[in-house]
Design a protein around this ligand. Sequence first.
Ligand SMILES: Cc1ncc(COP(=O)(O)O)c(C=O)c1O
Length: 375
Amino acid sequence: MKIEFFRHAISNRDIQNTVKALRGIFLTTGKVTEDFEKKFSEYLGCKYVVGVTSCTGALHLSLEALGIGQGDEVITTPLSFIASSNAIIQAGATPVFVDVEKETGDIDTNLIERAITKKTKAILPVHLYGQMVDMKRIRKIADRYKLKIIEDAAHCIEGERDGIRPGQLSDTACFSFYATKAITSGEGGAIALNNKELFQKLKKMRLHGLERSAYDCYEKKFSHPDMEIFGWKYNMDNIQAAILIGQVSRIEKLWARREEIWQKYEKAFKNIPEISFPRTLAKVKHARHLFTIWVDPSKRDKIRERLQKKRIPTTINYFPPIHLMTFYQKKYGYKPGAFPKAEEISQRTITLPLYPKLKNKEIDFIIKNVLEVVK
Ligand SMILES: Cc1ncc(COP(=O)(O)O)c(C=O)c1O
């Protein structure tokens, strides 16, 4: 048996939608993008969505639109994909890392306040693996110190904590539709928010700062669009939107199958002394994006190799933690030991395949082999 690490859930209907978009006049941002944005905002329970080309772009644009840049500090986690903090550097600001919780891998909200300085302008929490950070707590801290909040919700479209969903307590929440995400267009992203002024600004900033898109000028009333503010080229196009739009309707169904697989994994691994895994907290709807096991760090790479030999591909999310990437060590002087909990998880973690198309017999095969190789 050969297991794939990921297989997308794009349906024939999604392909038909995409063909229709390809046969249309506007391949770039247009009506389909607008339809997707509306549908995604309804799903999230947010007023506005801006479709962009990646979550990295969504994070960068959010920081820029909120006026964060040179001389500013943004608090984030070292246990994430480098995009979370690279976007801060891209905006001209400095990422300031705070260690994570041992049980979940999410940023430890108890440690945030002591990292705040006069230069701190924002908090950028990451809902790691799909489990939401305590946004009520982050909101309180942000209010106390007058900080902005930009959520990295690349792992967490379906998540909820204490009745709060991504985008509901922050300035913006940023999503990814990268190839292995819960819904995907290969590459793609979105910003969800509730502030109308910021929404209008972001719509311009995703397209060079122009006040109107080509679609607006063609379909609506033509006039020469002015560039009022500076912007970038991050606009989602109709083709990406067409691939995504049907997936939004199926999002809960896709999640339910991942939940089922997750429960099988937890049941199989919960009493195995060689294995532990992040805990799902009470009052959390976990988005079930990445299922990771934690093993003996001295055996981790060997276990991964042996699984690979059994044709079970895995990934590591994430090694090294961001502060120990060469660039970060050189630029900011970080050394091993700076964030012990993030470093420990980083050394222990292995991500197993988790996607709706995974068959039951494949899940059984993965479980059987994991149990064998960890011993
Ligand atoms: C936590 C996290 N943030 C940001 C990103 C960046 O997403 P994108 O590839 O859409 O830019 C990823 C992508 O894997 C991610 O996992």
